[in-house]
Design a protein around this ligand. Structure first.
Ligand SMILES: O=C(O)CCC(=O)C(=O)O
Length: 199
């Protein structure tokens, strides 16, 4: 299906759904404060023979045994769900019908923190995972593009939810680029399935 914009240019149909006001401002504020206290760490990644610091902080919570390895070098071992994170997981499941076993947090401390173009296609999530991404704090640009195609920008607002539907990780790449603008802390929570999970 091709949609046309006002100027008769095709608007890409993306395998994502964006809910700008998924959480109320009050709920988002409480969750942001809770997330600041999670167990953040700056991991190291091995790339082209070098060991580099991941340019953001990360944390992981989830079902027992659902370890998550990405880029063949960063192994995240989940801590047990906090009650707020479990409530949020269940609320997203009620809205979308998708089930999740882990949540990976990304904390972008400034405009210099980022995540480059990638797809979340680790085999531990099984085939065609749905991934649900909650944003808290400072607004950052999120870009998504078909592999070999042009990016579309989303400004992910405090309290918003972006759902990447099954298939998205096989056909599209996404990133949160660095920015020279002065921006505050942003926290992102990505809820994911896991083949080792019980739910
Ligand atoms: O911070 C975001 O919005 C995206 C995070 C992301 O791409 C990831 O965790 O794989």
């Amino acid at each position: 299906m091709i949609q046309m914009s006002l100027f008769n240019e095709p608007t890409p149909v993306l395998p994502v759904t964006y809910y700008p006001e998924f959480l109320s401002q009050e709920e988002a504020g409480v969750l942001y404060q809770h997330c600041l206290k999670l167990q953040w760490q700056q991991n190291q990644i091995k790339m082209v023979g070098k060991t580099l610091l991941v340019p953001r902080l990360e944390c992981i919570y989830g079902d027992e045994g659902c370890e998550y390895l990405y880029s063949k070098s960063v192994l995240l071992k989940p801590l047990p769900w906090t009650s707020l994170l479990a409530e949020l997981r269940d609320r997203i499941t009620v809205l979308t019908g998708y089930k999740f076993n882990i949540v990976i947090g990304n904390q972008y401390r400034s405009g210099q923190d980022s995540i480059g173009w990638h797809a979340d296609n680790e085999s531990s999530m099984g085939l065609n995972p749905a991934i649900a991404s909650v944003s808290l704090g400072a607004e950052r640009k999120f870009q998504i593009k078909p592999i070999g195609g042009k990016p579309t920008d989303f400004w992910l607002e405090h309290g918003s939810l972006l759902v990447m539907h099954p298939g998205c990780q096989s056909t599209h790449l996404h990133q949160v680029p660095k920015t020279k603008k002065l921006v505050g802390t942003r926290i992102n929570l990505t809820f994911r399935p896991h083949v080792g999970g019980k739910k």
